[in-house]
Ligand binder design. Structure first.
Ligand code: AVJ
Length: 323
């Protein structure tokens, strides 16, 4: 297994600080959702995926089990699978078993989490060339040279695309397109629009795990950016924004609060909020249009019997596409 040089930890902290200071000063205060996933955040998200009301993970896994023979028939053997994210111990092996790729390249911002999951996978697939890349997949990066000649399959499960507003989602898909090149495929999961009650239940569970997950952002800011935010003064709030077709997660101040982060003072009035996450939901047409706008032509789409979640296989558009 080849190791890739890590991004220095202080670069990460500097990026986190810049995002938080700019985000908390913005007219609509917001922090990019990627900062929810520190070590504790990843643990809590893992717990979320097992909650009874959080349907996406188990639904997507069930779809994967159903469709892998079909995927295997459509993807050439000996491909390089490039996963955007560290990979899940449940989903990734289903794909790797089905298509027997030559290489697996997980790309994730969190170095230690990535090294660990890559090592576990290498143990289970000894013949596979596992090449983790520490990078923020939303920014530009290069693939390891050794996989140049292999057919490419991008893997972006979990409805992570839903974290991005459509404009950024389009940029991201276009970047995947240019990174993976002509002839590549992309296998992507998208959560579907459904009745509001079920959506809210999925993002505001009675167990309170999602609330802990969101509030952990404030704990992380306090720890890593020398902050003194009174975490107990904020509550997690999941709202459905119908016109933008997304769940929004906010941290709402329950009283007037004043605090500092990295030496900068902030005031939040009672009832005001920090927007911590979006989770966009797509209908069948919206999902396909998003892919098309991002340079990918959908070739097959599968859902569960309840149409709660969709898995789409798309092909890189040739540079000259359309009449
Ligand atoms: C990891 C972005 C797919 O939007 O469902 C779950 C994150 N946040 N509960 C989602 C999340 C709160 C999740 N994604």
């Amino acid at each position: 297994m080849l190791a890739t040089p890590d991004t220095p930890a202080d670069d990460q902290t500097a990026a986190f600080r810049a995002d938080v200071l700019a985000g908390l000063s913005a007219p609509i205060p917001a922090v990019p959702a990627r900062w929810l996933y520190d070590h504790r955040g990843s643990e809590l998200f893992d717990e979320i995926t097992r909650l009874p009301s959080y349907y996406p993970t188990r639904t997507e896994v069930a779809i994967f089990h159903e469709i892998m023979h079909d995927i295997a028939a459509r993807i050439p053997m000996g491909a390089a699978v490039v996963e955007f994210g560290a990979g899940s111990a449940t989903k990734t092996p289903i794909l790797l078993k089905a298509i027997t790729p030559a290489a697996y390249v997980p790309v994730d911002i969190s170095g230690d989490y990535l090294e660990q999951s890559a090592a576990d996978l290498q143990h289970d697939f000894p013949a596979l060339d596992v090449i983790p890349v520490v990078a923020d997949f939303a920014r530009e990066f290069s693939l390891p040279g050794g996989i140049d000649h292999l057919p490419k399959l991008g893997f972006f499960p979990g409805s992570t695309i839903g974290n991005f507003v459509p404009r950024s989602a389009t940029d991201l898909l276009r970047q995947f397109r240019s990174l993976l090149g002509d002839g590549a495929h992309l296998l992507i999961g998208m959560d579907r629009v459904k009745p509001v009650g079920r959506l809210i239940a999925a993002y505001d569970d009675p167990e309170g795990v999602t609330a802990q997950f969101t509030l952990n952002l404030l704990t992380r800011i306090n720890r890593e950016l020398d902050g003194d935010i009174p975490v107990e003064a904020f509550r997690h709030d999941a709202r459905w924004n119908d016109i933008l077709s997304r769940i929004e997660i906010h941290l709402v101040a329950m009283r007037d609060v004043a605090f500092t982060v990295a030496g900068t003072a902030f005031n939040f009035a009672k009832g005001s909020s920090i927007h911590a996450e979006n989770s966009h939901k797509y209908g069948p047409r919206g999902g396909r249009v998003l892919l098309l706008a991002g340079g990918w032509t959908p070739v097959a789409e599968w859902t569960d019997p309840g149409h709660d979640f969709a898995v789409i296989l798309a092909e890189a558009q040739p540079v000259r596409f359309a009449p």
